[in-house]
Design a protein around this ligand. Structure first.
Ligand code: SAM
Length: 230
């Protein structure tokens, strides 16, 4: 994408009523349309979505294909896509607005500070879709299923809240399973290292992200883990 196109998208999302941005992870705070400060922590459903529906987050959402796809399937739930890249969020936010989906929002932030924007027990489910694998062991804490991130999720997720990981990388898949095994609070519910080899266990797995499409085109198999972090 050209720099000009990116800048146009950065400017446009400032006027999107379904996008909230954090400009400084050292001092986490969100702004909405025209840089207006907002604080929905503990009140996203009532103050932003104007309902009392449960909230699902999609972390590392990129263009938000899962956020928007799930929102279409489950109008009785709210969905919030989270990513640090505004030009990617633009795609999902625009699609949601053009489709008239009122149960979708996006938060542009580093996921490291996610617990500043949601209250304990405010989140019912978390999807993590094709996060960067960070293969070097020195970057283990940047992997979105590391104990470091699980501790953040625990602060905002309900006790029985599901976590879903979809990935193509066998090492990331094994790393996630190992993290679950080594954490007494975590409980594995389902895992599959080639979900499309047999009929899908869960129908929502048929939704595909941009990166998933690229991985499938290269003949890679898609893996899925469903678990509780307790
Ligand atoms: C490989 S892309 C996958 C995007 C999308 N889920 C898909 O499957 O098409 C990984 C995404 O994670 C985001 N990301 C990685 N680490 C992040 C972090 N710590 N905080 C926020 N976003 C992050 C990147 O900006 C990028 O959009």
């Amino acid at each position: 994408m050209s720099r000009k196109n990116k800048l146009r998208k950065f400017a446009e999302i400032l006027s999107f009523p379904n996008v909230f941005e954090c400009y400084n992870a050292q001092q986490p705070a969100l702004v909405g349309v025209d840089m207006t400060p907002i604080d929905f922590r503990g009140h996203w459903a009532s103050q932003h979505f104007n309902n009392n529906q449960p909230i699902t987050l999609e972390l590392a959402c990129g263009g938000g294909e899962y956020t928007v796809g799930l929102a279409r399937r489950f109008p009785d739930r709210n969905f919030i896509g989270v990513d640090v890249k505004g030009n990617r969020l633009w795609t999902g936010a625009k699609d949601a607005m053009d489709s008239g989906l009122t149960n979708v929002a996006f938060v542009r932030t580093r996921i490291e500070v996610i617990d500043h924007f949601f209250a304990p027990d405010e989140i019912s489910e978390i999807w993590i879709t094709f996060p960067d694998p960070f293969p070097r062991s020195s970057k283990v804490n940047r992997r979105l299923t590391s104990p470091f991130f699980h501790d953040k999720y625990r602060k905002i997720l309900k006790k029985d809240g599901l976590v879903h990981l979809k990935h193509d990388d066998p090492d990331f898949y094994e790393f996630t399973l190992e993290t679950i095994r080594e954490d007494a609070q975590c409980r594995l519910l389902y895992s599959n290292d080639d979900i499309y080899a047999s009929p899908l266990e869960y129908p929502e797995l048929e939704l595909k992200t941009l990166y998933e499409g690229k991985h499938l085109a290269k003949g890679r198999t898609i893996k899925y883990v469903r678990y509780l972090i307790g």
